[in-house]
Design a protein around this ligand. Structure first.
Ligand code: ATP
Ligand code: MG
Length: 870
């Protein structure tokens, strides 16, 4: 140990405090990493692993990255789920005795990146926390880069996981004492277990109040939410540990309930491809991508939130729709506003960086440029007629005082760095002005020196130059050395000449360099003061940013409505959903070869509650299901809809069971996923919900699947005597028999035309059932080899022939009210379990039997069945 260098000792002691982070240890212009940190980082970053010195007889692995480009390296480590502790030199190396003091100034974690470029500007970046050993549990989430902070409590664990999925956090905090780390559903996230402090609501409440700057939490509506407060407190605690700067912009906590918004569970959001496609996970091809025509990053983020959290309150929906309508109706108004918004930078994130003390001068210039856009927007809004726009215009603080401050103090094109001057304008600070003029005068004198000395000495090629080691000098070539006057003091000998200084030059040099150094220091200091001064206005800036986001999202929706030919829906609280000429908002953008064929959908709680949709493969069943849900969702978020007319009764929750996919990460098979989702629907759907069932039961054998599908359909139809609005797409044509017993069921199919053993898709939804799937024709279109198609046709013929041989197919619906025996018989026939009975019936040659023989045979069968029953 005694041979350890002081630097290594310092490193190890700091590293000891951050064992689970990669320590970026500042050494001059580099951040260096040692030991395992170096091994991990060099691999992820693709940089060379070397070594420096030794420890316990072993070479110490080391790698490093330049300080000026460290951000991208940090971002990459964080993307790989590492935390990075940034350890800076906290005193000037020139002034320190012995080893320079160092300290960790910040820990960058996946959820706490605030730098531009480190985060996707069109998405929020959340840290979430879950608290509670038992139900209800607290769930809080925070976007450090914008200051959005919300909390709720949730009883049902599955719903909590769904809500977490909707938040999509970059990391999740749990408390060691809650034993949540192993809970199913959390494994998908980067977990941070907070163990050191034991949390109770008292301590968490104190932390929260301190952060929010209030004496009581009552104003935030979260009183009594013990676990919610603990979760929110855990986030504040985590911030304090990782962000050494004070996150002062977080002064608001929004309390919400799941019931405040349309609930979208994780699988529904995935199935409807709200934010990314199922297959590739790309944003392109999602609803968000089609709708997003915002021009600012915060507008885009807000739109994303609106899609994820559609409204339930009729008034609120109508207010948004009215605002979109007024933008839609007046193109010039909309263009004016959108042009005004265009030059506005990410106010939310600028605000956060200013509060955290991480903003540079360019950030302030961007803030100013944004603020300068506000008065015109406000003025243009004054004539708005919609109540929401009027309210935005009245609340919009144009922050002119902030703009004036920046305008007066900050240079127009400052450098990125805060430590090389060029930040503060002349005329802002007297002392600074003096230093600037000294520097300028001194530099001017030096610039003049060459010509005056040439004159004085007669050395025509005399030069004045500067280098870091010797400072300013006068250079005289060898041939002219004899002309150098006696007051020249020799400093350096070169191959071709000599470098000199003079007393006067030395004086000016000291003046210039001293003033320059002081100037840089002073500028840094003044900049810090201005930044702090603006940070004090962070709540005002935040509010303005929020209003701009809202304006942008509304105007963007109007823009999309016009470009995509959407109409304004009628929204109400009845159970009717009536869509005329509805289209799928995403698919209509992508089908180019054939125009998208619009379809009507009518759902109500009387006759058209449960629509069974049959039709060939590829006909468009799934498309109709999804477009209906997407249209309802769009209406409830306040958007126009892809239809010529729409009458939308508010839906409390959309459920989907679509397609089949494995969820190996959760350790579930295809069928298990399908049944889990179905169970979830049956448990939670209400008469206000909208359920999409796309081919349920497909993941198992035909008869098991059909039976489950049938029973599920009956259950939803009869649910709480009112039933649930459901669209059910299926290839089980037997299900169309449900209309015989269930009055609110209606059959529809998607029409196709047969032509020469081919099919032509008409894409039209028409009343009635079909009995064919045309699977083989579709397989042919897909390019299955010809011999396979021909053989499949043969087999299909055989199968269908067999079906016709049967004694007449059982009506599934009758199974409910009949007596046991008949039920058994039907089940046996249906389930094909009793092969014996079937063969028996088939073998009978009815035409050669007498009636008596037939009766006797029938009696034998009955006896056989009776025996089976025992
Ligand atoms: N109304 C429409 N207008 C134009 N094209 C459509 C329409 N509906 C669907 N399509 C096209 O048909 C494709 C298949 O539609 P969809 O997946 O809905 O068929 P499906 O009936 O569910 O088939 P399967 O039974 O195999 O699941 C879509 O991807 C789209 O390209
Ligand atoms: Mg389908």
């Amino acid at each position: 140990m005694s041979k350890m260098t002081p630097m290594l000792r310092q490193f190890l002691s700091i590293k000891g405090e951050y064992p689970d982070a990669i320590l970026f240890f500042r050494m001059g212009d580099f951040y260096e990493m040692f030991f395992d940190d170096a091994k991990v980082a060099s691999k992820i970053l693709g940089i060379t692993l070397t070594s420096r010195g030794s420890y316990n007889g072993q070479k110490v692995p080391m790698c490093g990255v330049p300080h000026h480009s460290s951000q991208s390296y940090i971002a990459r480590l964080v993307e790989n789920n590492w935390k990075v502790a940034i350890c800076e030199q906290t005193e000037d190396p020139k002034k320190s005795k012995g080893i320079v003091k160092r300290d960790v100034v910040r820990v960058v974690t996946p959820g706490s990146v605030t730098e531009d470029g480190g985060v996707d500007s069109r998405s929020n970046l959340y840290i979430a926390a879950v608290a509670g050993k038992t139900e209800p549990r607290g769930l809080a989430h925070l976007d450090l880069s914008t200051g959005a902070f919300r909390v709720t409590e949730i009883t049902d664990w599955d719903e909590l996981i769904d809500e977490l999925g909707r938040i999509d956090p970059a990391e999740v905090l749990v408390l060691e004492r809650d034993d949540l780390a192993e809970h199913k559903g959390l494994s998908a996230y980067r977990l941070e277990v907070l163990g050191r402090e034991l949390f109770d609501e008292g301590r968490a409440g104190l932390l929260l109040k301190e952060q929010l700057g209030v004496r009581s939490l009552a104003g935030f509506g979260c009183e009594g939410m013990d676990q919610g407060i603990i979760a929110a407190g855990a986030i504040v605690h985590y911030l304090k540990e990782t962000q050494k700067g004070n996150p002062d912009h977080i002064k608001e906590l929004v309390t919400y309930q799941l019931g405040d918004f349309m609930f979208l569970d994780e699988s529904t959001s995935r199935n409807l491809e709200l934010f990314k496609t199922m297959r590739r996970g790309s944003v392109k091809g999602s609803l968000f991508h089609v709708l997003d025509r915002t021009v600012t990053p915060m507008g885009s983020r807000l739109l994303k939130r609106w899609i994820g959290y559609p409204l339930l309150e009729l008034n609120e929906i109508q207010r948004r729709l009215a605002a979109v309508k007024s933008f839609r109706g007046d193109e010039i108004f909309r263009e004016d506003i959108r042009q005004g918004l265009e030059g506005i930078f990410d106010l939310e994130r600028l605000n956060a960086r200013i509060s955290l003390g991480r903003a540079n001068a360019r950030d302030l210039v961007a803030l100013n440029a944004s603020i300068l856009k506000l008065p015109a927007i406000r003025k243009r809004l004054a004539s708005a007629t919609s109540s929401l726009l009027t309210e935005i215009s009245m609340k919009l603080d144009t922050l002119q005082d902030v703009a004036q401050l920046v305008e007066k103090a900050i240079c127009e094109e400052p450098p990125v760095s805060l430590k090389e001057g060029g930040l503060i304008k002349e005329g802002y600070n007297e002392e600074l002005d003096r230093l600037i003029s000294v520097t300028r005068d001194g530099k001017a004198w030096i610039a003049e020196l060459a010509s005056s000395e040439r004159k004085r000495t007669g050395i025509s090629n005399l030069k004045v130059g500067y280098n870091r080691v010797f400072g300013y000098y006068i250079e005289v070539s060898k041939a002219n050395l004899h002309l150098a006057p006696p007051d020249y003091i020799r400093k350096q000998t070169l191959v071709n000449g000599e470098r000199f200084i003079t007393e006067a030059l030395k004086e000016y040099e000291e003046m210039v360099l001293g003033a320059e150094e002081k100037r840089v220091e002073l500028e840094y200091e003044i900049f810090g003061q201005i930044r702090e001064r603006i940070a004090r206005e962070n709540q005002r800036i935040k509010q303005t940013a929020g209003l701009i986001a809202e304006l942008d999202a509304l105007a963007g929706l109007a823009q999309t409505a016009q470009l995509n030919n959407y109409t304004c829906p009628e929204v109400h609280n009845d159970e009717v959903i009536d869509i005329v000429d509805g289209r799928h908002p995403v698919i209509e953008q992508t089908v180019k070869e054939e125009d998208f064929v619009p379809n009507d959908i009518h759902l109500d709680d009387k006759e058209h509650q449960f629509l069974i949709i049959t039709g060939p493969n590829m006909a468009g069943k799934s498309t109709i299901l999804r477009q209906t849900a997407l249209t309802v969702l769009m209406a409830q978020m306040g958007s126009f809809i892809p239809a010529s007319k729409g009458n939308i009764g508010i839906v409390d929750r959309v459920f989907t069971r679509v397609g089949a996919s494995d969820d190996l990460a959760r350790g579930q098979s295809t069928f298990m996923v399908e049944m889990n989702e179905t169970a979830n629907i049956l448990r939670h759907a209400t008469s206000k919900s909208l359920v999409l069932l796309d081919e349920i039961g497909r993941g198992t054998s035909t008869y098991d699947g059909l039976s489950i599908a049938w029973a599920v359909a009956e259950f939803l139809h009869d649910r709480a005597d009112k039933g649930v609005r459901t669209l059910f797409a299926t290839h089980y044509h037997e299900l169309t028999d449900l209309i015989a017993t269930k009055q609110r069921v209606k059959n529809f199919n998607i029409a196709v035309k047969e032509w020469n053993d081919q099919i032509i898709f008409l894409r039209k939804l028409v009343p009635g059932a079909t009995s064919r799937s045309y699977g083989i024709q579709v397989a042919q279109i897909a390019g299955l080899p010809r011999e396979v198609i021909e053989r499949a046709r043969e087999i299909l013929d055989n199968l269908e022939g067999e079906e016709l041989d049967e004694v007449g197919r059982p009506r599934l619906a009758r199974s409910q009210d009949n007596d046991d025996e008949e039920t058994r018989l039907q089940l046996n026939l249906f389930g094909l379990q009793d092969q014996r009975l079937q063969k028996w019936i088939r073998k009978l040659d009815i035409s050669s039997m007498t009636p008596l023989e037939a009766l006797l045979e029938l009696n034998k069968m009955k006896t056989y069945l009776d025996e089976q029953k025992k």
